[in-house]
Design a protein. Structure first.
Length: 312
């Protein structure tokens, strides 16, 4: 069977203050700002992409910082926690680092035989770091966090569901995931070869409140596919199964289709190419404001209205 879904591609979240968001993810978590662009549907709002040195699929966390918007609420029908992967030997380093920045965290805990800690960003987005030695992706040495301790990219995302059966059917069918573990109402699935960056957890949580979208809440989760051709196969399969899947959207750095899974969470399938180096060299990623072609005639106005960003 042809592999259509490789694993995670990116997670996109809403945020409030732009500079606080940049400070948190570049200075505290040590991610690289790999692309500074705008929301293609609302160009008065940034779209900020963070990841590893090159912005590889499976490392990319993106934000729409809307300014003064109310905080969201975690609950069912939402991706509630995005987990990053880091080496086992870095556990003490990360606990000390969070303490240094006065960021409260919970744990260490154990889940599926791995140790993890849990905390939130300034807007309440749920973050975990899972400590394991299975992740062969290199860490990025940004001059603040040693590469040996740096996060490698995503490990897992957690979907909270009231009735997970239909979501599980989607994941194990069209989305080509395999069940690899179950623990206290949490079902873990892997895509492709598995391992960190290729896991998705479905948490059966019927007693949770319903999620509310706002600052700190995840807008959508994107899955990786290799080519435009594999994306079109997935699109056709989704449509034939009754999903209201969108036409292909050109996001400059990948092509996307969107649909809602049965629990209401917005899913995206994104192509790996062309990648973030299509309009600036790897050495300069994230340093200049990049606009889609349709907004270039409005560049002066857009730049004047967007807040200044400083990467420390």
């Amino acid at each position: 069977m042809e592999t259509l879904i490789n694993g995670l591609h990116h997670v996109t979240t809403l945020a409030a203050d732009t500079q606080r968001n940049v400070d948190y993810y570049t200075d505290i978590l040590g991610l690289r700002l790999v692309k500074k662009t705008v929301n293609f549907d609302a160009p008065d709002v940034y779209h900020l992409y963070y990841g590893n040195e090159t912005g590889s699929p499976g490392t990319i966390l993106t934000f729409f910082p809307y300014g003064n918007i109310p905080r969201g609420r975690k609950g069912v029908g939402q991706l509630t926690y995005t987990a990053f992967s880091a080496p086992v030997a870095s556990l003490s380093y990360w606990m000390d680092r969070l303490h240094q920045y006065s960021i409260p965290y919970a744990g260490p805990y154990k889940r599926f035989s791995e140790t993890y800690i849990r905390f939130e960003d300034f807007d309440g987005m749920g973050i975990e770091i899972v400590f394991n030695d299975d992740d062969q992706r290199p860490g990025w040495d940004n001059g603040k966090i040693p590469a040996d301790f740096a996060v490698r990219g995503f490990h897992t995302v957690t979907l909270n569901e009231v009735n997970p059966d239909k979501t599980v059917k989607l994941l194990t069918g069209i989305m080509q995931h395999t069940l690899v573990g179950e623990e206290e109402g949490r079902f873990r699935f892997k895509a492709g070869i598995g391992g960190p960056g290729n896991y998705i957890d479905v948490l059966h949580s019927p007693k949770d409140v319903h999620a509310l979208q706002g600052a700190g809440s995840v807008h959508h989760v994107a899955f990786s596919t290799d080519t435009d051709e594999t994306q079109l196969i997935i699109q056709q399969q989704l449509a034939e199964s009754g999903y209201n899947v969108t036409p292909v959207q050109d996001r400059n750095y990948f092509h996307s289709i969107y649909f809602r899974e049965p629990g209401g969470i917005l899913f995206e399938v994104a192509t790996n190419p062309p990648g973030f180096a299509i309009d600036e060299p790897v050495s300069e990623l994230g340093t200049a404001l990049k606009l889609p072609q349709q907004y270039e005639p409005r560049r002066a106005k857009i730049e004047a209205e967007l807040p200044e960003i400083i990467v420390k």
